[in-house]
Each structure stands twice: as structure tokens, then as C-alpha cells.
Ligand binder design. Structure first.
Ligand SMILES: [Zn+2]
Ligand SMILES: [Zn+2]
Length: 339
């Protein structure tokens, strides 16, 4: 029987284990993907640490998957072997709960499927994915380029395009890490007057290289005051995981401006007076569904938005994960399969 390598976690807080398993057959409504690259996301800690109720172990993490369809199960219209695809966080939804009936598939309450949590993800040579979770990968994006766009990319792209900001508006991106370095590129390519905010003068060349027309060093300057000099930000995309940094920028919102939170900070301080005197708001955003991923990939291929990645072979997944969690990676970590 043909086997494949997977990197699994066999209990909450357990180590990553590389094991050989039989290559699975795709069931009804699913496809088998030969995985070529899989990004490592901070949210993979959900699987590693057992932070989600009901995870069945052993489980293979990974929801930034890029590969090629290798076999198609029964009842899968529209997908064929040989097609290049990506799989992200949202691995499927029920289609009949109240949220789904309102078209809000990401918040499906019944049988919500999350890649790498509800079923095995992309830290593997092969994986089986629900067809509903597939996004088509454009020809001119390599697997390594596509993988991080399946979570970090879609999160920032989808947040910005649904933020209400229009071309020409001042849009600030707080933080220049895994999410932020993509957020700045997307904001610039969407035609916003893009402001990068990070700690230290040394980040300025990077911010400008990514497309920011203005850079604010939050250590040397008051970011809120600097944004107000520009007329205030219509949107501040908060990618940093520091609640303090988020609190410090809120005063830079324009009237009707939105602080759009995608960074998972534990808490932040909010000024109710600031909100009510200018109809300002603070709002969170999640990633999206497979068609949002497909849009992210197509936009990135067309406009040249690319993630900066550090590459590790699959067998070094444990080291690669530690590198990602250390916060020192520039800027995403991607596993390559190479078999
Ligand atoms: Zn993720
Ligand atoms: Zn549903």
C-alpha cells in the first residue's frame, strides 16, 4: 500500500510526530490533494495545544495549503485531477443553519468544518479536502507563493475590501509582521493612501518597499496625532497582537472611521467618548470562505502582492513551527513537501 508522510499531533500539547500513513481515498464530496506547500499560522496552535473543543486526535494541522488535485471523490462537479488548488481555514459549512441561510457561511453553526482542526490539514504529502473548501490557484502563483495567502492573505485582503474604505482614503496598517506586511501591500494596490505604523525607524524602508506612502514610527511619534495630521484614517487595520498599540492609534481615526481588528490581542482600552463624538467604530474581521481565498489569489497574482517567506522542508515542521511562534520569522513560515 502506498504511504505518505504526515506531521501529526496525537494529544493536546503533545509534540509533532512524523509518521507514515496510507494515502487516503477521497470520499463523496471531497478531493485528494498532493500538497506542495503549507504555511504555518499562529492558529495552528489551536490544534497543537488543544484550544478548540472536540478536536479528535491524532490530528494533522495546517490551513494554508497549496497543491494539486490528485484524485476526485464521487459527487464533485467542477474539479478535476491536475487542477492547482488551495485550502484555507474554512473547510465547509452546513448550508441550512440561520447564518448560512443569510449567506454568512463563515459563521455556520452546524457542522462547521475547519481545516486542520475538524479534519486533517496540510502538514502532509497528501490531504483530503471537501470540494466546497477549494480555491483555484492562478498559473502565475507558485505553491509557496499561494500557501500563505490562504490565511494571512485572505484575512487582510478580505478585511480591507469589506472595510468601507474607498480608493484615495487614508488607510493605516498597524504592525508590519506576517499579516501587516501583506496588509500594506493590499492597501496600496487597492488604491488607498497607505500608512504603515510600526515600532522603530528601521522598519521604514520595508514599509515603503511594500507600498506605504507614509510611515509612522510609533516609538518616536504619536501615531494618533500623525494620522490626524493626514485628516484621520478611514480605516486602521490592526494586525499587531498588542492591545496597547491598538489603544494608542484609535485617536487617529477620522469621523466615521473604523479600527478593524485582525490581530488577536487579549484586550485593549477603548475611549467611548472618542467613538460617540465621531461615529467611530471598532470591529473585528475573520478570514473568509473559499471564494474569498480565490479572489485573494487572483488579486495577488494580478497586482504582484507576495508574502515574504522562510521555507522549511516538511520533516523540519517542529522547528518551523517554533520559528513561527517565536515572532522572529520574516514574515511567514512555509513547509515544502518535495517528494
Ligand atoms: Zn491561519
Ligand atoms: Zn450553517
Amino acid at each position: 500500500m502506498a504511504t505518505m508522510r504526515v506531521v501529526q499531533v496525537s494529544r493536546p500539547k503533545g509534540p509533532f510526530e512524523i509518521v507514515e500513513r496510507p494515502i487516503p481515498e477521497p470520499g463523496a464530496g471531497t478531493v485528494r490533494i498532493k500538497v506542495l506547500a503549507c504555511g504555518i499560522c499562529h492558529s495552528d496552535s489551536v490544534t497543537k495545544e488543544g484550544l478548540f473543543p472536540g478536536i479528535q486526535y491524532p490530528r494533522v494541522p495546517g490551513h494554508e495549503v497549496a497543491g494539486v488535485i490528485d484524485a476526485v471523490g464521487p459527487g464533485v462537479p467542477g474539479w478535476e485531477p491536475g487542477q492547482r488548488v488551495g485550502v484555507g481555514w474554512n473547510g465547509g459549512y452546513c448550508g441550512y443553519c440561520d447564518h448560512c441561510r443569510r449567506g454568512d457561511f463563515f459563521r455556520s453553526q452546524v457542522a462547521l468544518q475547519i481545516t486542520g482542526i475538524s479534519f486533517d490539514g496540510g502538514y502532509a504529502d497528501y490531504m483530503v479536502a471537501p470540494a466546497i473548501a477549494l480555491a483555484s490557484v492562478p498559473e502565475d502563483l507558485s505553491a509557496v507563493e499561494a500557501a500563505p495567502l490562504m490565511c494571512a492573505g485572505i484575512t487582510t485582503y478580505n478585511a480591507l475590501r469589506n472595510s468601507g474604505a474607498r480608493p484615495g482614503d487614508v488607510v493605516a496598517v498597524l504592525g508590519l509582521g506576517g499579516l501587516g506586511h501583506l496588509g500594506v501591500q493590499f492597501a496600496a494596490k487597492m488604491g488607498f493612501k497607505t500608512v504603515g505604523i510600526a515600532r522603530g525607524k528601521d522598519k521604514e524602508p520595508l514599509a515603503r518597499q511594500l507600498g506605504a506612502s507614509i510611515y509612522i514610527d510609533s516609538q518616536a511619534q504619536d501615531p494618533a496625532a500623525e494620522l490626524l495630521k493626514l485628516g484621520g484614517a478611514k480605516v486602521i487595520l490592526a494586525t499587531a497582537t498588542s492591545g496597547e498599540a491598538m489603544s494608542a492609534v484609535q485617536g487617529g481615526l477620522a469621523v466615521n472611521g473604523t479600527l478593524l481588528v485582525v490581530g488577536a490581542a487579549a484586550s485593549m482600552q477603548v475611549s467611548p467618548l472618542l467613538l460617540l463624538t465621531g461615529c467611530r467604530s471598532i470591529k473585528g474581521w475573520y478570514s473568509g470562505t473559499s471564494i474569498d481565498s480565490e479572489d485573494t489569489l487572483a488579486f495577488s497574482a494580478r497586482t504582484g502582492v507576495r508574502s515574504m517567506n522562510e521555507l522549511f522542508p516538511l520533516e523540519r515542521a517542529s522547528e518551523a513551527y517554533e520559528r513561527m511562534m517565536s515572532g522572529k520569522a520574516r514574515f511567514r513560515v512555509v513547509l515544502t513537501m518535495g517528494r
